[in-house]
Design a protein around this ligand. Sequence first.
Ligand code: KIV
Length: 262
Amino acid sequence: MSKRLDRWLQAKKQGEKQVLVTAYDYTFAQLADQAGIDGVLVGDSLGMVVQGHAHTLGVRLEQICYHTEMVARALQNALLFADLPLGSYEESPEQCWRSATALLRAGAEVIKWEGGLEFLEHLRFCAARGLNVCVHLGLTPQRLRQWGRFQRQGVDAKDASRLESEALTLAEAGARFLLLEAVPAALAERITRQSPIPVIGIGAGPHTDAQVLVLHDVLGLSDPPPPFAQSFVDGKGLLGTALRDYAHAVRAGTFPQGRQTP
Ligand code: KIV
């Protein structure tokens, strides 16, 4: 087991919160790493925040590989997670393994996919071959076409107890991480308390072992950010001002100045 992975498992035992953020390129991955973020996820959210689509459904495996390679070059300490996009893993355990190994070759250390018990055989097959798997449960954006809209999961008692037993079965079957998206805080707390593996939350309340956010939400670059996210800086305002100042300086003839010319 890698030192970085072991740090996450020790943190769970010691009750220390871990922090994960998405990143898609070298510069921002390096910023996250140097800021002491514990894990970086190359998420298929890149379909929205990098490619400009309204959803993640069109993201292709080779695109995640491309971004994973950039991010891998930047990380010194953070654990590198990467997403299997829609269509790259569902067919069979073998397809899942092939796609996962493409991401490993690109530098990923943990492979995340959306879905639970329907991929139990995929999980067993991949875990038996040493793959570190993060299972994404609750709201899984790749199901958008099935659901018609994004909706919170595990809200009624029956669905909550299904999710709870699913999470624990997946942990027993060899998953290394669980990621819970948009589920009630009380449910996420119950799962986290019972789970032997780290539970990462997004829109799942404060009790999970770790939190993840999309980088563009953290930096105030999303329009609008989801209700459960928080911006920690007004990135749009700040960067917009810098770009306007640059344009103004060129137009006013104050940039470039003589001393800036080689
Ligand atoms: O694709 C992604 O960025 C994700 C996170 C929102 C968890 O799956």
